[in-house]
Design a protein around this ligand. Structure first.
Ligand code: DOR
Ligand code: ZN
Length: 438
């Protein structure tokens, strides 16, 4: 039996914010002691004396904050097939350096991940690194070709399916996917983008058409989920990287109809950045910071921030999308996001006075755990839960330098910016995995 005590910390999760200590026994949280009194390290120590044995490792967390490790519902590790952009190892190291204990990896790899055996094998290969846990998604259609459904009948251990990178054009296929996934309870994560409108947006260099490409697809996909669930088990739909005010409004309306079946995520870059201030807003293919969905107007960004504050937005997900410098130079859309997510959100949302650190913990840990069906043992500081714990210095400022990232994707839209909030340590299943020992 191995015991570890993390003491003198500020403990924060979706429903706690108090000074205290956490006792870890082997891979799980064995006890939590909090107090409302600021000068009460004594009472915390007393509280722990009854809980742990005589021999234990202890870590003094004075001045630091301990939270449940983050869970990313939207990551691209490019495995298999694009090791020049990222490998399992570089992606996992980036995740851990960013405070993540689990990541959902998207299937737009080479070849795409379209069968459950491959998804489970990737998950096992990732586990061998002893870093963050990987939940590999399956593409909705075979090979992401949009022609036939992937085998979605047996999804044990696969909590999410997604066509991310593009949308499923054929409505009948998507309805079929919703129906099959309603049986297993898997989440259908939708990249909402009408490809013909996106094409027109590029041809006419029109940000308005680009927004419409997202808005129309969001409305359509939510309606298809409704239609698929009529008269049978409800299909669960999750809208990925919502970036416009209208799209978020569509999510709000769908939630008003059925809160439990609809969820959405927003990325740190869409919460912190917008195109206003540029000479003229440009569509993604002409943007100096290409990403899909593109950075939007300040009014869209404000709507997303309001959605975070009101509780409408369920989770913050990175859409970590690493590319080589050459691909970035050629306009490949996507940013590395794992290593800046906490600092960006802490700076823009918590220091910006929009939400508390506890609400940020809900958005980055508790809510993703709930949506992935992991909330019986992850996402909160709770006795019996896995000891996946991130140690943070929420007041520490640092300047983003992509060259220092662990991911292979160095082209961050936050390059050179000073952010507040730093990951100081990460324990996964009670083992310290960050800072790295090698
Ligand atoms: O910017 C993006 N990059 N958006 C996506 O949907 C896909 C991603 C990627 O895979 O590079
Ligand atoms: Zn996407």
């Amino acid at each position: 039996m191995r015991e570890l005590v993390l003491f003198n910390a500020r403990l924060v999760d979706a429903d706690t914010d108090a000074p205290g200590a956490v006792l870890v026994r082997d891979s799980r949280i064995a006890g939590i002691v909090t107090t409302d009194r600021a000068d009460s390290t004594d009472s915390i120590h007393k509280g722990l004396t009854g809980l742990c044995g005589t021999e234990f490792e202890s870590v003094d967390c004075r001045g630091l904050t301990l939270m449940p490790a983050f869970i990313d519902m939207h990551t691209h590790f490019r495995y298999p097939g694009q090791s020049e952009k990222e490998t399992l190892e570089t992606g996992l190291r980036a995740a851990v350096a960013g405070g993540y204990g689990a990541v959902v990896t998207m299937p737009n790899t080479k070849p795409p991940v379209s069968d459950p055996e491959t998804a489970r094998r990737i998950r096992e290969e990732a586990a061998a690194y002893g870093l963050a846990e990987v939940f590999q998604t399956l593409s909705i259609t075979e090979g992401q070709m949009g022609e036939t459904l992937s085998p979605l009948e047996s999804l044990e251990g696969i909590p999410v399916v997604s066509e991310d990178g593009k949308d499923v054009e054929d409505p009948s296929l998507l309805i079929g996917a919703f129906r099959l996934c309603a049986r297993s309870g898997a989440l259908v994560a939708c990249h909402c983008e009408d490809s013909s409108l996106s094409r027109a947006a590029r041809v006419y260099a029109s940000p308005a058409l680009s927004r419409l490409a997202e808005d129309a697809a969001t409305v359509r996909n939510l309606a298809l989920a409704d239609a698929a669930g009529a008269g049978g088990p409800k299909s669960r739909i999750h809208i990925c990287h919502v970036s416009t005010e209208t799209s978020l409004e569509a999510v709000a309306q769908a939630k008003a109809r059925d809160l439990s079946a609809v969820s959405c995520e927003v990325t740190p870059h869409h919460l912190a950045l917008s195109t206003d201030g540029e000479d003229s807003p440009r569509p993604a293919n002409q943007s100096p910071r290409p990403v899909n969905p593109p950075l939007r107007r300040a009014s869209d960004r404000s709507a997303l921030v309001r959605g975070i504050a009101s509780g409408l937005v369920d989770v913050i997900a990175t859409d970590h999308a690493p590319h080589t410098a050459a691909d970035k130079g050629a306009g490949a859309p996507g940013f590395p996001g794992l290593e800046t997510a906490f600092a960006v959100c802490n700076t823009a949302l918590v220091h910006g006075g929009v939400i508390t650190l506890g609400r940020l913990s809900e958005l980055m840990s508790a809510a993703p755990a709930r949506l992935l069906g992991l909330d019986h043992e992850r996402g909160r500081l709770r006795e019996g839960f896995l000891a996946d714990l991130v140690l943070l210095a929420p007041g520490e400022s640092w300047t983003v330098e992509g060259a220092r990232f662990f991911t292979k994707g160095k082209g961050s839209p936050f390059e050179g910016m000073t952010l507040t909030g730093r990951v100081r340590g990460l324990w996964l299943r009670g083992e310290r995995v960050f800072p790295f020992s090698r």
